[in-house]
Design a protein around this ligand. Structure first.
Ligand code: 5GP
Ligand code: ZN
Length: 134
């Protein structure tokens, strides 16, 4: 087995684990982009959200909520961003589903930027809507 997150879950690779339940572990990201940048990782190896079965997926959301509560309590985060990269094209580097929690504070100097508005799609909202719903 070569998946680095499976190895962390099995204890073969050490990590700073801040939460664990039957479905997920939450660990500190080794390259933090924010204070206590945390990864919530399902114990079962799914690559992406759409690979996970419905019941497990709903449990993951509860693990995320528990982790948020810990971060609110312990490091008094004021807000947070959740980032999930699914697919190489979307920037996923580790092919084991994981949810980034980035704790946020006022004046933390962190920018999580949405791409600028694409006029080409803005001008075609109706066509795109029809493509999706036809
Ligand atoms: P992705 O781009 O796949 O969404 O993000 C993968 C994340 O995993 C990165 O933020 C990276 O810093 C983190 N990461 C990679 N290897 C390790 C590791 O061995 N331990 C921990 N704790 N985080 C890791
Ligand atoms: Zn894995």
């Amino acid at each position: 087995m070569t998946c680095i997150f499976c190895k962390i879950i099995n204890g073969e690779i050490p990590s700073y684990k801040i939460y664990e339940d039957n479905f997920c572990i939450s660990i500190l990201d080794i390259n933090p982009r924010a204070k206590a940048h945390t990864l919530v990782i399902p114990k079962k190896h799914f690559e992406r959200i759409d690979d996970a079965d419905d019941e497990y997926l709903s449990k993951i959301l509860l693990s995320i909520k528990k982790t948020i509560e810990i971060l609110k309590d312990k490091i008094k985060m004021e807000g947070y961003n959740i980032v999930v990269n699914c697919g190489k094209v979307a920037g996923q580097e580790i092919n084991h589903l994981h949810f980034h929690i980035l704790p946020r504070y006022s004046n933390d100097n962190i920018k999580i930027e949405f791409p600028p508005v694409k006029e080409e799609y803005k001008n075609k909202l109706k066509e795109i809507y029809e493509e999706i719903t036809k």
